[in-house]
Design a protein. Structure first.
Length: 335
């Protein structure tokens, strides 16, 4: 039972896992970070939030920050984390004090971190940078650290033209709810990207997504309302994890052309799918499948899924008879 719950936890979207991590105590986080590579990579930056930085005045913050920088070898700082936690005292002078060897910086929801602050990092060795909801513009992208491996720009007002300035070695890019990102951005993305989150980028179309980087292993295009079946044959054949949730123009026809290595798939929120979609998935080494809101799928369809399946996630309203459930070789979760 405990193992199945852990598997369910790992299959959740990354933003939900991060939310859970935020409310877990440090001792438990240390243990959790040793369980798998995914959680290690997600948890490591969380330890960079220095308690002394929770100051109640500018003077107190200045003093605490200076002592930390001068007296401790810190390889990262988390100044944000959420809208409520964002540090109001951080200024450009503090960023200039940071060592060039800083590995990770999180400025989530820091409303005073803009283009000038990002430009101060241009010569740093930062590899993990989070600018979620920061008031940056296209100008800042050209001054990002050249060593960046991970970049989050969720909710930022950046345009397609800025993507050509992204560091060439970038491996993970999060553009969650970047409303101005469209087709032109895709052609300019770094060729070495392994993970790409385009959740809620509603301007994207099938034509644009046909130009995705070819080394992608993880892709989320949830809520891409203009995307249809024509894009499926052009998805990178390296994909292992794919989220097509609420892409309501997709149908059964596209499922037969999905990349052959996919292990995690979400097609939630689409009533177009029928049992034919699940039949098309039988050729994949699929392990985790999200079907919440796929009202055209019945319990008979579950019997068509591949033998590699570990877990399927459904809405509570989905009915499975005891007879069908006894024939399933995988776990079914309702939520």
């Amino acid at each position: 039972m405990e193992e199945s719950r852990f598997i369910y936890f790992l299959s959740l979207p990354t933003d939900l896992i991060n939310y859970c991590i935020e409310i877990v105590g440090v001792p438990d986080l240390l243990n959790l970070s040793q369980t798998c590579k995914l959680l290690f990579n997600l948890i490591r930056p969380k330890f960079y939030l220095i308690p002394a930085l929770k100051a109640t005045s500018q003077e107190e913050f200045d003093s605490s920050f200076t002592k930390i920088v001068q007296n401790h070898k810190v390889d990262g700082f988390n100044f944000g984390g959420s809208f409520e936690m964002a540090n109001p005292y951080l200024a450009i002078d503090h960023i200039k004090m940071l060592s060039e060897d800083i590995y990770s910086l999180d400025f989530s929801y820091c409303s005073h971190v803009g283009d000038s602050e990002v430009k101060c990092l241009s010569n740093s060795k930062v590899q993990h940078l989070t600018l979620c909801s920061c008031p940056i513009t296209d100008d800042a992208i050209a001054f990002l650290p050249k060593n960046l491996k991970f970049l989050e720009l969720s909710f930022c007002r950046i345009s397609d033209s800025s993507m050509k300035y992204l560091p060439s070695g970038l491996e993970v890019l999060v553009l969650f709810a970047c409303s101005e990102i469209g087709d032109e951005a895709i052609a300019s993305l770094p060729a070495n990207l392994r993970e790409l989150n385009l959740y809620g980028c509603e301007r994207l179309t099938s034509k644009g997504l046909m130009q995705l980087p070819r080394k992608l292993e993880v892709l989320d295009i949830s809520f891409s309302i203009e995307v249809n079946d024509s894009v499926i044959p052009f998805l990178p054949d390296t994909l292992l994890n794919l989220s097509l949730a609420y892409c309501k123009s997709l149908s059964d026809n596209g499922m037969q052309y999905l990349p052959s290595k996919i292990k995690y798939l979400s097609i939630s929120g689409n009533a177009n799918y029928t049992n034919k979609a699940l039949e098309a998935l039988s050729r994949l080494p699929l392990e985790f499948l999200h079907l919440s809101g796929c009202t055209g799928i019945t319990e008979e369809g579950l019997l068509l899924l591949p033998k590699t399946m570990v877990s399927v996630f459904l809405r509570k309203e989905f009915k499975i008879s005891p007879e069908t459930e006894a024939k399933l070789s995988f776990s079914v979760y309702s939520h």
